[in-house]
Write a protein that binds this ligand. Structure first.
Ligand SMILES: Nc1nc2c(ncn2[C@@H]2O[C@H](COP(=O)(O)OP(=O)(O)OP(=O)(O)O)[C@@H](O)[C@H]2O)c(=O)[nH]1
Ligand SMILES: [Mg+2]
Length: 325
């Protein structure tokens, strides 16, 4: 028996023993992995948890592919998947409805959305997947909801700025996400979860009277590290700002490839994480490229167009890269 297992770990283990669905088991194992003390005495146990996690993830992927589709396992498409979370009736579906062609249910009463609905939002030359979700509430989430939120690349945490409850909505949402370990203060390697870096707080319904005043309060109240934007589905300019903010939130860059002696291929950017280098780009083009790479030239962020750059040169959004192998 390895020494020093924390109370948090033992609780997670208890949750695992009582878990019924694969998603619940995965979430509990992730919690166990995050809370297990990392030292020599627990190495075997850590490896065992990782093995069980891998097996469960494989199984649930296989089941999803075999047609027994879990509606809460939303297959990812486009440059990134952004889940819309928040309390009932705050305007989540309205946002997905205005940015995408998805058939969402927008209604003046709470709990209108019962299952996830995904749609693609255009941002310049890329598509970003938005996923409308059922509301979160205090206490238990509907089965599958926690997994859907965890798996998304980023979250829009929506609150209704026209409501006098907006600060409680913000508190309540953050608390629920933290309690379910979907939102953590720090990134834990190997787990599906979020930090302030992958969340954007969105204050909705700004066209309604009183929302501007509430927004001032929200601005003061937002915990440090979180970004905040305001929006109204009635006001196009606020929607364009949100569209841009969603792209920024994903932490991705678009890189265009150029074959030596040819024009760059501008219609299909490679999507890389911010901070990626020339080698990462080479890898994205072809697995063999990094080892074969002889030289690279960059147009865009380089000091002059077509400048020869080293392999570890960090690329910027919209750079054009020519790789010679
Ligand atoms: N005036 C105004 N009304 C809005 C705005 N966004 C949403 N609404 C209204 O707010 C109500 C709730 O919107 P929904 O998008 O259905 O809210 P939801 O968060 O998806 O609700 P649930 O699915 O029940 O959790 C509807 O009557 C919408 O028309 C907005 O920007 N301005
Ligand atoms: Mg809805």
């Amino acid at each position: 028996m390895p020494a020093n297992l924390t109370l948090q770990y033992l609780e997670a283990e208890e949750v695992f023993r009582n878990a019924k669905t694969a998603n619940e088991k995965i979430a509990a194992l992730e919690d166990m992995l995050a809370s297990i003390p990392k030292h020599k005495g627990t190495e075997k146990l850590q490896a065992d948890i990782k093995r069980r996690l891998a097996r469960l993830r494989d199984e649930s992927e296989r089941k999803a592919k075999a047609g027994r589709r879990d509606p809460f396992l939303v297959e990812k498409h486009g440059a990134g998947q952004v889940a819309i979370v928040g309390f009932p009736n705050v305007g989540k579906s309205a946002l997905v409805g205005v940015f995408t062609r998805a058939k969402v249910e927008v209604a003046p009463y709470p709990f209108a959305t019962a299952l996830p609905v995904a749609g693609m939002m255009e941002y310049e030359d890329v598509l970003i997947q938005l996923v409308d979700l059922p509301p979160i509430t205090e206490g238990e989430f509907v089965p599958g909801l926690a997994g859907a939120i965890r798996n998304a690349d980023a979250l829009l945490i929506t609150i209704d700025a026209s409501s006098d409850d907006c600060l409680d909505q913000l508190d309540g949402t953050l608390l629920q996400l933290k309690e379910k370990k979907i939102l953590r203060d720090d990134l834990v390697e190997g787990l599906h979860h979020h930090t302030a870096d992958t969340c954007l707080i969105v204050a909705t319904k700004m066209d309604i009277e009183g929302a501007e005043d509430n927004f001032e309060l929200i601005t003061e109240y937002v915990p440090s590290g979180f970004r905040l934007v305001s929006v109204s589905v009635e006001a196009g300019e606020t929607l364009e700002l949100l569209r841009q903010s969603v792209f920024d939130l994903l932490g991705i860059i678009r890189i265009y490839s150029k074959k030596p002696g040819h024009d760059p291929e501008m219609n299909q950017p490679f999507i890389l994480n911010r901070g990626s280098t020339v080698v990462d780009m080479a890898e994205a083009v072809h697995r063999d490229f990094p080892s074969k790479l002889k030289s690279a030239r960059v147009w865009g962020s380089a000091r002059f167009p077509g400048q020869a750059v080293p392999r570890d040169c960090v690329l910027e959004d919209k750079d054009i890269v020519e790789l010679r192998v």
